[in-house]
Design a binder for this molecule. Structure first.
Ligand SMILES: CC(C)(COP(=O)(O)OP(=O)(O)OC[C@H]1O[C@@H](n2cnc3c(N)ncnc32)[C@H](O)[C@@H]1OP(=O)(O)O)[C@@H](O)C(=O)NCCC(=O)NCCS
Length: 351
């Protein structure tokens, strides 16, 4: 039994099973030998489904107790984030899920088709095939010949080890440590720890009046970013469909949410470590003129992906005053660093 503070919800368990690139199946043969296999499975509301060969080892294990697991590393925490000298506080943050159920063969053609269709949707979301339908003659051979397995959700156990057992000041020290370390995944780990510990106040680097600042962009927030930017002058009808991809590809993103949850500010940067480019700084018109643009820029310039870049660039039609206060200057007024170089561009369509 999990310690209750670490227990994740059923919804987070299912989400983790869906996100996992690879699932693992543990079971035993009738002779009691352990079996462990990596699975390319599909997760349906009642269980995990996968296919295999009638001659394979898994086929021997029908009717036996099985466990399907998935795990997601959130961050390795070095000891120095918690204690200056002792090794013991070193730890790992992670999410894991274990499904217990009895391995069974899926025999009904409609259920088989549903499982195989779910596998197709997982690995070929672009479609371009006829749906797997038991009434479709082109699939009848495969449907009868393919062995489909299910591990039904008899019990689902989810663990999220995200510092829920720590005191607020210990959590704040670790959040500050992750922000300063800034390895890939550390800003996402900060958001995960904050979500799991909602009573802990914002760490100083994310503190703001009246809004909640964020430094990692979850996929489900992308439509809100699109809504903020779609009508800005530098995006047009042809390029607006590129907003989502541009934000997924960003090396840094910062944003602000109202206490109620609506996204009210967003900015992103692309950095190769030598030069960082800042793009798409926007504050919702309802929230302008209250210092949020400044707070967002302070956070973005301190973001681990941006803070060490020797040059930070941006181009803007207005609000130059906002950027000047951070030290940005009109590049055209600078002597050219490489007088013989020409800035060049290839334009495609209206991009
Ligand atoms: C520009 C923008 C991000 C500023 O956000 P904001 O939250 O209103 O800014 P702040 O309240 O933090 O103000 C910051 C400072 O910049 C100045 N400033 C803000 N917008 C400005 C503008 N359009 N022109 C000139 N100065 C501006 C403010 O006067 C303020 O200066 P102060 O501290 O000396 O009073 C916001 O107005 C916006 O989203 N505009 C539309 C999108 C845009 O033009 N983005 C910039 C191009 S990349």
């Amino acid at each position: 039994m999990r310690r209750p503070i670490f227990r994740g919800t059923q919804a987070s368990a299912l989400a983790l099973l869906h996100r996992a690139e690879v699932l693992h199946l543990a079971t035993t043969t009738p002779g009691g030998a352990p079996v462990l296999r990596a699975l390319d499975g599909a997760v349906l509301p009642d269980g995990v489904y996968f296919h295999g060969a009638r001659t394979g080892e898994k086929a021997l294990c029908m009717g036996r107790a099985a466990v399907v697991s998935a795990v997601e590393l959130v961050a390795h925490l070095p000891s120095w984030m918690s204690h200056p000298t002792r090794a013991c506080p070193a730890s790992t943050l992670y999410r894991s899920v274990q499904v217990h159920g009895t391995l069974r063969e899926v025999e009904a053609p409609a259920e088989k088709a549903r499982a195989l269709e779910a596998l197709m949707q997982r690995w070929q979301p672009e479609g371009r095939y006829d749906p797997v339908d038991p009434a479709d003659p082109q699939y009848q051979g495969e449907l009868s010949g393919t062995l489909v397995f299910a591990v039904p959700f008899e019990s689902v156990d989810c663990k999220e080890k995200l510092l829920q057992n720590k005191e607020p000041e210990q959590i704040l020290a670790i959040l500050a440590g992750l922000w300063r370390r800034g390895q890939p995944g550390d800003v996402e780990a900060i958001e995960a720890v904050r979500a799991a510990n909602p009573s802990v106040p914002a760490p100083p680097f994310l503190a703001a009046d009246g809004v909640r600042l964020h430094a990692a962009l979850p996929e489900e927030e992308i439509p809100a970013v699109e809504a903020l930017l779609r009508d800005e002058y530098w995006w047009g009808p042809e390029t607006a469909p590129l907003i989502a991809g541009a934000h997924r590809a960003a090396t840094a993103w910062v944003g602000a949410r109202e206490p109620g949850g609506a996204l009210v500010a967003s900015a992103r940067a692309m950095s190769d470590g030598k030069t960082a480019w800042i793009y798409d700084v926007v504050v919702a018109s309802s929230h302008r003129g209250r210092g949020l643009g400044k707070r967002l820029m302070t956070l973005l310039l301190d973001h681990p992906a941006v803070r060490h870049a020797p040059a930070v660039m941006l181009a803007t039609r207005d609000a130059q005053g906002l950027y000047a206060r951070f030290g940005f200057a009109d590049k055209a007024q600078e002597p050219k660093r490489w007088p013989t170089m020409t800035d060049m561009v290839l334009r495609r369509g209206r991009g």
